[in-house]
Ligand binder design. Structure first.
Ligand code: GN1
Ligand code: MG
Length: 368
């Protein structure tokens, strides 16, 4: 774990964010690949012990932090009208939701949601169902967000065609001379080019519509209640922006219906787990069905394949470009992530008929 290298002393944090009280400790927290995250413990002005999440926002990836924070502020304010345990931003001494340090880095603090936890890997169907219920609820609660369209915090984030073209360019440039060592992965990616347009074409034809989506719906972004195990809130709001419901569901399939971690070095351990897929469909339809149409329902399985494929080609692109985007722990980390994703894509392809049957069963009105 990286040491906490903060530009602020503890008393400075207390001064900058006065409502958090006296800071006692700040320690690296979580497993995110993008931002730097720290857990703060403090004693609030009413003497209660409190915890907060401090984050340095990665501005190499999120180029317009004020726009990103405007999105998050609007989304949190809206969710707070619908849930008592939603994410909450802590105001600075000037009443802003974030601040810039003298070096130009951007910082924010969220309240820590107590009595709940996250898991890195789904271990049972109940967890998968809860995660899907939580993300489905998130989408449907944001369906009536007032005001103008949210900013795109990362333009074309799930534009799979563009992701594919980026991969093709990375293969062509071959900046690190690595392409020769990954012919199988490159062939696997290129063979699925036609799939990259399917969801974009549905959108262009108006068969699915744009919504406010989370865009990073992995299981570790859902807080589960410590006692009941129920989903209480969705976290990691940086990529909340206009998108397709299918992106969100597909990313859940990738991360919550998979048999092993996204960077398992042994891809033979990676496959789709159908009972977990069924649990996701059932949980998602429970909370999101009022905003979904028949085309979206019919593509829930395909979406799982597409988001897994998209992540696989992003990892492969980063590997070819010399690991400039994702944080890596060893030199072939991105390649291993890519291989695990492609193993899952293959397993989803093999299970497509069974997945379609599950969707039909879960979508039909239940007989009680
Ligand atoms: C990144 O930082 P983290 O782990 O929340 C990435 C996601 C990928 C994910 C793969 C902004 O998310 O899109 O699916 O890694 N986020 C960004 O683990 O690129
Ligand atoms: Mg994220």
């Amino acid at each position: 774990m990286r040491a906490a290298i903060l530009p602020f002393s503890y008393p400075e944090i207390s001064t900058l964010f006065p409502t958090i009280g006296t800071v006692h400790s700040v320690a690296p927290y979580g497993h995110g690949h993008i931002n730097e995250t720290y857990l703060i413990t403090s004693t609030a002005n009413d003497r209660s012990h409190r915890r907060y999440v401090l984050q340095k926002i990665n501005q190499r990836i999120f180029k317009n932090v004020p726009a990103l924070m405007e999105n998050i502020h609007r989304v949190c304010a809206h969710l707070a009208t619908k849930s008592t345990r939603a994410m909450q931003l802590i105001p600075t001494f000037t009443g802003q939701t974030y601040l810039q340090d003298p070096a130009g880095d951007w910082w924010r603090i969220y309240d820590f949601i107590e009595g709940a936890h996250t898991v890195e890997q789904v271990s049972n169907e109940a967890q998968a169902r809860e995660a899907a219920r939580a993300f489905g609820a998130f989408q449907s609660q944001l369906a009536d967000l007032p005001g103008q369209r949210l900013h795109e915090t990362i333009p074309h984030f799930h534009h799979t065609r563009r992701r594919f073209e980026n991969l093709r360019a990375a293969i062509g440039a071959d900046a690190c001379g690595r392409a020769v060592s990954v012919p199988k992965e490159i062939a696997f990616a290129l063979a699925r080019e036609a799939d990259t347009d399917v969801m974009l074409d549905l959108l262009a034809r108006g068969e699915v519509s744009e919504r406010i989506t989370h865009n990073d719906t992995k299981i570790s972004n859902v807080m589960l209640d410590d006692i009941t195990g129920r989903g209480v809130a969705v976290i990691d709001l940086d990529t909340v922006m206009p998108g397709l419901a299918l992106y969100d569901f597909g990313e859940m399939v990738r991360t919550a219906a998979s048999s092993t971690s996204e960077d398992d070095p042994d891809p033979t351990r990676m496959h789709l787990r159908l009972p977990l897929f069924r649990a996701l469909v059932s949980g998602y339809l429970e909370t999101a069905s009022r905003v979904l149409n028949a085309t979206e329902r019919a593509h829930l399985g395909f979406a799982g394949k597409m988001m897994t494929y998209e992540n696989g080609i992003r990892f492969l692109t980063d590997y070819l470009q010399g690991d400039t985007y994702y944080r890596i722990k060893h030199p072939t980390h991105n390649l291993e992530r890519c291989r695990a994703q492609f193993a899952l894509v293959q397993s989803i392809e093999e299970n497509a008929p069974e997945m379609a049957r599950i969707i039909t069963e879960e979508a039909s009105p239940r007989v009680s």
